[in-house]
Ligand binder design. Structure first.
Ligand code: C5P
Length: 237
C-alpha cells in the first residue's frame, strides 16, 4: 500500500451502465478525484473491456464485493490483476480463510508495491437489527461491525468500507492503521437520494475517514466538475 492511499481523498462512484457516460464523468472529475469507483453494475453491463480502458488511464477502485470459497476468490483476484485496481472490496463475512486467501493472491499476482488496497465490507448498510437477527446475528450492528472489522484486519485486509457513523467505533476498536473508506456522504444542502444516515465531507474527514465515496451529488449535478472540485476543497480545508 502506498502513502498516497492514506490521504483523505475523494473517490467518485461512476454508477452507470454506459462506458461513454463513465468516461465523461471520469474526465470531468480529473484533478478533484483521487480515484473513481466502478462496481458490479458497470462491470456486468459494460463488461471488463471498458473497466480496463478506464483503469489504464486513472486509479480505479474496483468495488466487486467478492464473497465465495477461498480458492475461487483467490482465482478471481488473480484474474482481475491485469486491471491493476488501486482498491478492491470483498465481504468480511466470507471469513478468515477467504480473506487470507485473497491477501495471498494479491501478494502473488501483483508486483511488489502495486497490490491493491484490500477493503472488507462488514455489515451492508441496508441491513438493520431485524435483518441481522434473521441471519443469526442477535447482538446488533455495532457488535457485528466491530467483530468483522477486527477479523478483517487480523486476516490481512488493509481497511474497511464503513458508514460514516461507524468511523469512530472502528477507529476506537482498530486504531489508526486500517484505511477507512466511507460512502453515504452528502455536501450540506444536497439531495439525500436513498441515503438516510449521512455526513458532510468535512464531518467524515473529522470522524476519521481516509477516503470518502460520492456518487450522485457529483454525477447528477448540473456541473459535475464543479461539484467534485467543491468537495475536494472541503476535504482539503
Ligand atoms: O450516489 P451515492 O453518493 O449515494 O453513491 C454511493 C456509492 O457508494 C454507490 O456506488 C453505492 O453503491 C456505494 N455504497 C453505499 N453504501 C454502502 C456501500 C457502498 O452507498 N454501504
Amino acid at each position: 500500500m502506498t502513502d498516497a492511499a492514506r490521504h483523505t481523498g475523494l473517490i467518485v462512484a461512476l454508477d452507470t451502465q454506459s462506458p461513454e457516460q463513465a468516461r465523461q464523468w471520469a474526465t470531468a472529475v480529473d484533478g478533484a478525484a483521487g480515484m473513481v469507483k466502478l462496481g458490479m453494475e458497470f462491470a456486468y453491463a459494460a463488461g471488463f473491456g471498458p473497466v480496463a480502458a478506464i483503469a489504464a488511464e486513472r486509479e480505479v477502485f474496483l468495488d466487486l464485493k467478492l464473497h465465495d470459497i477461498p480458492n475461487t476468490v483467490a482465482s478471481a483476484i488473480k484474474a482481475l490483476s491485469g486491471l491493476r485496481p488501486r482498491m478492491l472490496t470483498l465481504h468480511a463475512s466470507g471469513g478468515q480463510a477467504m480473506m487470507e486467501a485473497a491477501r495471498k493472491a494479491c501478494d502473488e499476482a501483483f508486483p511488489a508495491g502495486e497490490r491493491p488496497v484490500l477493503l472488507a465490507v462488514t455489515v451492508l448498510t441496508s441491513m438493520d437489527e431485524q435483518g441481522l437477527a434473521a441471519i443469526g446475528v442477535p447482538d446488533g450492528t455495532a457488535a457485528q461491525v466491530g467483530r468483522l472489522g477486527r477479523l478483517a484486519v487480523r486476516s490481512g485486509m488493509d481497511g474497511l468500507v464503513c458508514s460514516a457513523h461507524e468511523l469512530s467505533l472502528l477507529r476506537d476498536a482498530l486504531g489508526g492503521s486500517p484505511v477507512l473508506v466511507t460512502p453515504g456522504i452528502r455536501p450540506a444542502g444536497a439531495q439525500m437520494g436513498d441515503q438516510k444516515r449521512v455526513m458532510t465531507p468535512a464531518q467524515a474527514r473529522m470522524a476519521g475517514a481516509d477516503w470518502i465515496v460520492v456518487g450522485r451529488p457529483i454525477t447528477q449535478a448540473a456541473n459535475p466538475a464543479a461539484a467534485a472540485a467543491a468537495i475536494a476543497a472541503e476535504l482539503a480545508g
